[in-house]
Design a protein around this ligand. Structure first.
Ligand SMILES: [Zn+2]
Length: 851
């Protein structure tokens, strides 16, 4: 329905000259545009490219288009942490809109039937996943206007033959952060000097979402609501094409696919890389040539990792496209040639958007063939696969098992409860509570991607990770099966098993530390006023007439030694148990059947963690963000974020634990360093990750040592143009390793297996301690589990320390060589970090005399 208000009519008359100018610049061959549709300039009151459009204004514009036009429907698919709406627009003809659900169903069915006749082609355009790459969303606004207003016969054909989905802003929180920055520093006339503040955002910048995560890595781990909502939308529609619009360095040009051939993903049929990308590339090149815009292809950017917006779809038989535009990062900026304007960067993305639509329809047959070939090959591969499926479960950690199941269902995999108890290689999987993922299923390629750890690469330079097996990230006991098991009813939702309500006790309550939520339980018991204790040795105790074993780190809550009444304590324990979904047992005696009693000196009172983390300039935002997110979202526990610039004024005595993730820490001068040292000496626990650990060692906070790199050999001579590949291969983009963990150490509490998978994407090499008790986790002799590893790195990593614990005065320094919270998805190693946080202050460092 077309409703044109008096206001719009007035605006239209006033700014008609600008309409022509703007449309001419961005869409010179547009032809007639419907005057009833306000141009972005009429709506916003400024020309696109002269200002950064706030997300709420963008949403308003899309809502207005929805009201004024029957070509577009708008959906709100969710909201971000900062309560910004996530929107998705659907563009198609009025006729198609009236039968849209029918079209969608036929399109989904065609995936397996191959009957694609008379079904409009469904594609998806996505923008601005990195918030400070703003030209993309501005181009989404223009593309939306074009699709709604254009009377061009070509546009009408598109709307007739296609359903075009659009997410104009994938990362609203990050985008607004950057937009405010650019707008608040905008000068008139604009300042192109790259040194001007407008072009230099302060930490953490707008790239990331609220918790400083890179959402363009999150399509696979799906940690954040922004990702979960758009992955649901993706599977609801299963488009054939998905675009992802970005910005790169100011002195670059424009990049589009085909990308670097040698880093294609080997599990995806080569048809995509050999046929589709080059064909689309021709159309993109034609559009860019016409504008005289410089560009490059084939040299860079991999599509290996399934968590990018331009690769996720490749794992479901579609084609993902990456566009990278040189950034004006601000309204105009000097380059090595002429100044780059914001408008120019927007025009390239808008042109690429239109070119994508054009190419998609032109190559419709190819896209449909691709999907058919993809699923056919997947079925063939699955039938030939020696592995018939995967069984997994952690009977002692229902929370972690459920989180993994939720992820499998989000990625549209078929999962079945395991009917019969099955033992594989000595590992027992209980029927009823274990799960089975058969390889023979439609989305076999994704099954392979989630469970397999080895991929054969043709290249060894990685833009990002070289392995991403989620079963290892979740650290769940699993087995590959060479025979099938009978299928029961397919899992549709995951419910937590009902746990028995806690019964009142006059003596004590106990629970195990094995569940992912155990630390959350401790924290909430503590904030509720309870005194909570942890066992440094195991014990067995009789509960309801049955002996039950409690391992290292198990938690006990005595009833009498409390400031709370027995009644209040009972209510607290019962509430915490039901909210964290962990069974808490009441015991009537402290006398153990085996091991220590509940009054042993080996049972120690846990201090409530009062945690601060140093953040700001020079600190790795994503590592810091992972910790903030872990404590906020999963434990509902506060952490004070201390800015490095104001650390000199901060009082550290308020905290018993301080976290330092990777960072350069050049801003920590001698005074602040001494302040931290004194705080540790007075009993503080300093937890450091990766280069944060290097900083602590270099400052002499402990006697532990780093490996001095002696691998640089003199005298070699190579060709200059080989340098990038040769040197790049030596880096560690990200691989999975096995470490041996001391599960009797407080940092290893709650782990049942000494062999733990860890993720490494850096080269902080800690030497094993000279103190026999201080190397809590150590890389094994052959530690690589999956991913790429250069021989020079392999030599350094094997037998090195993964976690060291040192003492400094009355305090501790706990050093990790890696990031146990990587991308919010390493559920398997989060516990190592949480143990450091909760138990760091409790442990001794025995044998200090030997240091
Ligand atoms: Zn980007």
């Amino acid at each position: 329905m077309i409703r044109i208000s008096i206001l719009w009519a007035a605006v239209l008359v006033c700014s008609l000259s600008h309409v022509v100018a703007q449309t001419d610049y961005y869409f010179p061959a547009a032809g007639k545009m419907n005057p009833a549709i306000p141009t972005p300039e009429q709506f916003f009151g400024y020309a696109i490219g002269t200002q950064h459009t706030r997300h709420d204004r963008l949403v308003e514009y899309f809502k207005t288009l929805d009201q004024l036009s029957d070509r577009m429907k708008l959906q709100v698919i969710g909201e971000t942490y900062e309560h910004r709406q996530q929107i998705a627009a659907i563009f198609t003809s009025v006729a198609n809109h009236s039968t849209l659900e029918d079209i969608r169903k036929k399109h989904i069915a065609a995936e397996t039937t191959g009957d694609t006749k008379n079904i409009p082609l469904i594609i998806h355009l996505g923008y601005n996943v990195h918030g400070n790459e703003p030209s993309s969303s501005e181009s989404a606004i223009l593309t939306a206007y074009y699709l709604v207003a254009s009377e061009n016969p070509e546009t009408l054909i598109w709307l007739n033959d296609m359903v075009i989905l659009m997410d104009p802003n994938i990362n609203p929180d990050g985008r607004d952060r950057h937009s405010h920055w650019a707008n608040m520093h905008k000068a008139e006339p604009a300042v192109a000097d790259p040194q001007d503040r407008e072009h230099n955002e302060i930490w953490p910048g707008g790239r990331f979402n609220h918790y400083w995560f890179d959402l363009n890595r999150d399509w696979f781990p799906a940690v954040h609501p922004e990702s979960v909502n758009r992955i649901r939308f993706f599977h609801y529609w299963r488009p054939y094409v998905q675009t992802d619009h970005h910005e790169q360095g100011t002195n670059a040009t424009f990049y589009f696919d085909p990308g670097k051939y040698s880093s294609n993903n080997p599990v995806v049929p080569p048809y995509l890389y050999d046929s589709i990308y080059p064909k689309f590339g021709e159309t993109f090149a034609k559009a860019a040539d016409k504008m005289g815009s410089l560009y490059y292809t084939k040299e860079a950017y991999d599509k290996l990792y399934p968590g990018y917006g331009s690769s996720y779809i490749n794992f479901y038989g579609g084609a993902g496209f990456l566009f990278e535009q040189a950034s004006s990062r601000g309204h105009v900026q000097e380059t090595s040639t002429i100044p780059l304007t914001f408008a120019f960067t927007i025009r390239n993305h808008a042109t690429a958007s239109i070119a994508t639509i054009r190419a998609s329809l032109k190559e419709k047959k190819m896209l449909m063939d691709m999907r058919r070939i993809f699923f056919q090959q997947a079925i063939d591969q699955a039938k030939k696969s020696v592995i018939k499926g995967y069984i997994f479960n952690d009977a002692n950690d229902k929370t972690r098992t459920k989180a993994f199941l939720d992820l499998l269902l989000l990625h549209n995999l078929d999962v079945y409860p395991l009917a019969q108890t099955t033992t594989v290689n000595g590992k027992k999987f209980e029927g009823g509570s274990s799960y089975w993922v058969p390889t023979e299923q439609t989305n076999y390629i994704m099954v392979k991607t989630i469970f397999e750890k080895d991929i054969t690469y043709t290249d060894s330079t990685f833009y990002d990770a070289s392995t991403w097996s989620l079963i290892h990230a979740y650290g769940l006991p699993f087995a590959e099966m060479k025979t099938s098991v009978p299928l029961g009813e397919k899992l549709s939702t995951v419910k937590m098993p009902v746990i028995a309500a806690v019964t009142p006790s006059d003596y004590a309550y106990v629970f195990e530390l094995t569940d992912y939520n155990a630390h959350k339980a401790i924290y909430h018991l503590q904030t509720g006023g309870a005194i909570v204790q942890t066992a440094f040795n195991p014990y067995s105790i009789v509960i309801n007439g049955k002996t039950k074993k409690f391992g290292y780190g198990s938690i006990s809550i005595p009833v009498q030694q409390q400031n709370l009444s027995a009644d209040s304590l009972y209510r607290l324990v019962r509430n915490v148990s039901s909210s964290v979904q962990i069974p808490i047992y009441s015991v009537s005696t402290g006398y153990s059947v085996e091991g220590i009693d509940l009054g042993s000196s080996q049972i120690k009172t846990v201090k409530r963690p009062e945690v601060a983390m140093i953040i700001g300039t020079g600190v790795a935002a994503t590592e810091a963000g992972e910790i903030w997110h872990l404590l906020d979202q999963r434990l509902q526990m506060p952490i004070s974020k201390l800015d490095i610039l104001t650390l000199g004024r901060a009082s550290l005595s308020k905290y018993n634990t301080l976290v330092m993730v990777s960072g350069m820490y050049a801003l920590l001068d001698k005074n602040i360093t001494e302040k931290i040292r004194t705080w540790v000496q007075n009993g503080g626990t300093l937890i450091t990750l990766k280069t944060g650990s290097e900083w602590a060692i270099k400052q002499g906070f402990t006697k532990e040592r780093l490996l001095v790199d002696s691998s640089k050999s003199a005298g070699n001579r190579f060709n200059y143009d080989e340098a990038q590949d040769r040197e790049g291969a030596k880096g560690l983009g990200g691989s999975i390793f096995k470490v041996d963990l001391d599960t009797t150490h407080p940092i290893g509490f709650g782990f049942s297996d000494r062999k733990v998978s860890v993720y490494r994407n850096g080269l902080t090499i800690l030497l094993p301690s000279q103190n026999a008790y201080s190397t809590v986790a150590k890389y094994t002799e052959n530690p690589l589990v999956g991913g790429y590893l250069h021989p020079t790195s392999a030599k350094k990593i094997k037998n090195s320390a993964a976690i060291l614990v040192g003492a400094e005065g009355a305090g501790k320094v706990i050093m990790f060589s890696d990031d146990p919270n990587f991308r919010g998805t390493w559920f398997g190693t989060n516990k190592l970090f949480l143990n450091a946080l909760f138990f760091g202050g409790l442990m001794n460092v025995p044998g200090r005399g030997e240091e």
